[in-house]
Design a protein around this ligand. Structure first.
Ligand SMILES: [Cu+2]
Length: 558
């Protein structure tokens, strides 16, 4: 443990509160060494908190108002009742939403594992609560698992819950086809509770972190091959905090962005290796229960987190010759336990969380949404939701451009965890004109179901001439304030030339030239799986005002 974690009397209490190990009323006493390790990770991110400074962005700027874009603050619908707390929330390749909670109630009782499909009412139906259908459950408690999508759209779910801090070694795979089916693939070497799963460019899946059957931190990453068998990265042991923020970079290695302070690359080939230190975040403490997104190829934004939480955010460009974290704009509110959702225009929406100290401070919830613009680094304060959403709440971009913001707490919540059996739906500013009327959206009439890398394909749209941007957004798979699957990229496109035909007027006999605007875009696919790992993405087209279409879900195939 680093001296700074033990030298102040105040560090122990927040560290305890930051650890979910301390949350369970019925947890067996953990091994002291593993608990101390987790506490150290929660307080220090597992590494020396050396402060680097002097570079541009070394000090966080104060919050300021945005100047550009729609003046509309967006609009919330709901809350709508949900049949369970959607602690784990996913957008499936068939555009349905899958959610599950867990078997354990907070009062010590159990209920059977439940999962539901949710189908939203089609945009722009107002007041649409959507419909729920029961979904199959895997027969093992996958609460506290990690998850991301295989390249073929199956959802890999690693680990699960056998008690607070006690991880299961199971690997469960959900196939969305038909009514949905679960299969079990070979177990991991260790149980994992609060791991992260990351889709790799070669179709393999990386599993990092978590605590095992004796609540010890699992330091050896494992890779699930495409056939479901596993290999261990035995030459890359490293303790990581819960649900580490892992992102595939343009160099094909996996960047560890937090919540600890020191960022490194993990090379997943062979038996694995870690790079030396790449950069230390500017915030002087770990960003525990903040959130992180890869908002463009090789560019990562980390937001809030820590105890007490911070309003600051930082960015790093991994394509720079010497990548360094630097402060970007500061939010209006400090937050932890918030969610960060990438929008079709590349801006980042932050919802929920709490501004107060402690693990999950119910007395200081943040109701206002905020949105970060990567072009300016400025946050815009937006409309407020009606109920608080803290620990275990989730947020998911829907193909129609709205954001589902849901849940929070645990079933039969007690202590610091309260039930939130409901959800709200947020319509971002781009769906409105400044006067509050609905914006006219471009439409995609056809797009292929799957495309290859480094090629072009046609998107059929009557709005081709007005399209300014085409973007990719990987399907969300979110839990515990971190979406392990979402990532974003712009893509190049061209407008085919207009069709001209000669038409002879039937009355006058005079020939005339008729110009038909192009009804399609020719879109370039990503050149490199490192910048867009194979799998399913939402494809959006946006007009010059930044209004997105409803997405088509397109699979990128290696
Ligand atoms: Cu949890």
């Amino acid at each position: 443990m680093h001296p700074s974690c033990t030298s102040t009397g105040g560090s122990r209490a927040p560290a305890r509160a930051s650890s979910p190990v301390a949350m369970s009323p019925d947890a067996s006493p953990p091994a002291l060494s593993s608990l101390l390790l987790i506490l150290a990770l929660a307080a220090c991110g597992g590494d020396e908190p050396t402060q680097s400074g002097g570079a541009p962005g070394a000090q966080p700027p104060p919050p300021r108002a945005a100047v550009a874009g729609s003046s509309h603050p967006g609009k919330w619908e709901g809350p709508y009742a949900w049949p369970l707390i959607p602690i784990h929330l996913h957008l499936l390749p068939n555009a349905r939403v899958l959610a599950w909670s867990g078997e354990a109630n907070m009062d010590g009782s159990n209920h059977s594992q439940r999962a539901v499909y949710w189908d939203p009412a089609p945009w722009p139906v107002p007041g649409g609560a959507g419909t729920f259908t029961s979904a199959p459950a895997p027969g093992v408690d996958i609460f506290c698992s990690g998850h991301a999508y295989y390249e073929d759209g199956r959802l890999l779910v690693a680990g699960g819950h056998d008690g607070s801090g006690i991880g299961l070694p199971n690997v469960n795979v959900f196939n969305f086809a038909g009514g949905g089916t679960w299969t079990r693939t070979p177990r991991m070497a260790k149980g994992r509770w609060y791991p992260t799963v990351t889709a790799l460019p070669n179709g393999e899946m990386l599993v990092t972190a978590g605590t095992d059957s004796v609540e010890a931190n699992v330091t050896i990453p494992e890779v699930v091959r495409r056939d479901g068998t596993l290999r261990r990265l035995t030459s890359a042991p490293r303790p990581l905090p819960y649900y580490p923020w892992m992102f595939v970079a343009s160099n094909g290695r996996v960047f560890y962005a937090g919540a600890g302070r020191d960022s490194r690359y993990l090379n997943t080939s062979s038996t694995g290796s870690w790079s030396s230190l790449i950069s230390t975040i500017k915030h002087p403490a770990s960003r525990t229960y903040g959130s992180a997104v890869m908002y463009d190829a090789g560019k990562v934004l980390i937001i809030g987190g820590g105890d007490p939480p911070t309003a600051t955010a930082e960015v790093i460009n991994l394509s720079a010759s010497s990548p360094q974290w630097s402060y970007t704009g500061t939010m209006a509110f400090a937050r932890r336990q918030q969610n960060a959702t990438i929008l079709p225009d590349g801006k980042v929406l932050v919802t929920g969380g709490t501004s107060g100290p402690g693990f999950n401070n119910k007395s200081t919830p943040v109701y206002a949404a905020e949105m970060w613009d990567p072009a300016t680094g400025v946050w815009t304060r937006l409309a407020s939701m009606s109920v608080y959403r803290l620990y275990h709440s989730t947020a998911l971009l829907l193909p129609d451009g709205r954001v589902l913001v849901a849940g929070g707490g645990r079933q039969k919540g007690v202590g610091t965890q309260w039930d939130r059996l409901d959800a709200e739906i947020y319509s971002p500013p781009y769906l409105f004109n400044d006067d509050g009327t609905l914006a006219t959206r471009p439409t995609i009439t056809a797009a292929p179901a799957s495309v290859a890398y480094a090629t072009t394909f046609d998107v059929e749209t009557p709005d081709a001439a007005s399209i300014a941007k085409v973007t990719w957004l990987r399907l969300g798979s979110v839990t515990h304030a971190f979406d392990e699957n979402q990532r974003f990229g712009f893509t190049r496109f061209t407008l085919p030339p207009a069709d001209t035909t000669i038409v002879v007027d039937p009355v006058t006999g005079v020939p005339d030239t008729v110009v038909t605007p192009p009804q399609r875009l020719r879109v370039n696919t990503p050149m490199n799986p490192n910048n867009a790992p194979p799998g399913h993405y939402m494809l959006f087209i946006l007009n010059a005002r930044g209004v997105p279409s409803v997405a088509k879900i397109v699979r990128l195939v290696r």
